[in-house]
Design a protein around this ligand. Structure first.
Ligand SMILES: Cc1ncc(COP(=O)(O)O)c(C=O)c1O
Length: 336
């Protein structure tokens, strides 16, 4: 099976396992794990923030960031397909006591006119107070331009709101843009990043921001049950990933392009590559059937909508796998 379901399925490399085995550890709830502390310092520096906090998952990183950014009953503005809205079990309402206000936009960020429309009457006593804008970069593989992000940040700050960035795949955005990760995180009040996606670590994410925000985030992590003890074992995997697996994301992006090219030559299908994701368009309403057939021919994937299938390249995928996947997809499509 060539598993292109997600970049989360990777297993630690032998070198990463060795780094984990060798990790110096302590009780991180007491602040005594040197490896976790080193990871948090390196992540903060990479993202251009004062501090960072290691957490078990991207989901928890996002929820903690929102929790410490809004007061009860405030609005969080986010894309309707954003992970924080669509894939975190309503955590914005359940955990953060916030009111999601969602928009739809193919480019993944809100148009200026919409922001201005929503901000009109911001002081109306009938309205929930707007507290936070949440962006995602990359958004379903798509790089959100830094200038667009900067416009949203300026708008949020001018209107007394904060900006969170779900940067689960911020590393991919930075590599695709050829800029430092800190540039992608610039202008944000909080940013979450993941080590267990394209970077290939087994566990963990971080939330970064100013020192006061991260102090509150540390308390929130304990409230959410995310305090970990000898977490240096897994933090060492994340550190190894930061040191060795960022630049190689360019290979994943190139393989995604090669995969999209190959699939576009298959009759009835078209495909586009966005960083490490390939979105395949099938005939109307047939994505589930096609995804099942691709899987049956050895190419693991998920349907993302009635006409779209998502394929994701990652650390364990080689050029030969891409060629084999294109052949499997071609065979599967010819039988439908
Ligand atoms: C954009 C985005 N944000 C957050 C997450 C959550 O990460 P985790 O699975 O570590 O909770 C994901 C997971 O795939 C994601 O794609």
């Amino acid at each position: 099976m060539i598993d292109l379901r997600s970049d989360t399925i990777t297993r630690p490399t032998p070198e990463m396992r060795q780094a984990m085995a060798d990790a110096e550890v302590g009780d991180d709830v007491f602040g005594e794990d040197p490896t976790v502390r080193r990871l948090e310092e390196e992540v903060a520096a990479l993202l251009g923030k004062e501090a960072a906090l290691y957490v078990p998952s991207g989901h928890m990183a996002n929820q903690i960031a929102v929790y410490v950014s809004v007061d009860s009953g405030e609005e969080v503005w986010a894309h309707e397909l954003g992970h924080v809205v669509a894939n975190e079990q309503g955590g914005l309402s359940v955990l953060c006591r916030a009111l999601p206000r969602t928009y739809s936009a193919p480019e993944g960020y809100p148009p200026q006119e919409l922001l201005e429309h929503w901000a009109a009457g911001i002081d109306d006593v009938h309205r929930a107070r707007p507290g936070l804008v949440s962006l995602e970069n990359t958004f379903i593989g798509r790089v959100v331009p830094i200038a667009a992000q900067r416009r949203v940040a300026d708008f949020a700050h001018t209107n007394g709101m904060r900006l969170h960035l779900d940067g689960a795949r911020l590393w991919n955005a930075a590599v695709a843009l050829g800029v430092a990760p800190a540039q992608v995180a610039s202008g944000t009040d909080t940013v979450s990043v993941c080590f267990s996606k394209g970077l290939g670590a087994p566990v963990g994410s971080a939330v970064a921001g100013d020192a006061g925000t991260i102090r509150r985030a540390r308390r929130a992590r304990k409230l959410f049950g995310g305090g970990m003890r000898q977490a240096g074992i897994i933090a060492a995997g994340a550190l190894h990933a930061l040191h060795h697996h960022i630049d190689r994301l360019a290979d994943d992006h190139a393989r995604a392009e090669r995969l999209a090219d190959g699939i576009s030559r298959v009759s009835g299908l078209s495909a586009v590559a966005r960083t490490n994701m390939v979105l395949v368009t099938t005939p109307e309403g047939r994505a589930a059937r096609y995804a099942e057939a691709f899987t049956g021919h050895g190419v693991g994937c998920f349907p993302m909508g009635p006409q779209t299938i998502r394929l994701v390249t990652h650390l364990e995928i080689t050029d030969a796998d891409i060629d084999e996947a294109v052949a499997g997809i071609g065979k599967a499509a010819s039988l439908l």
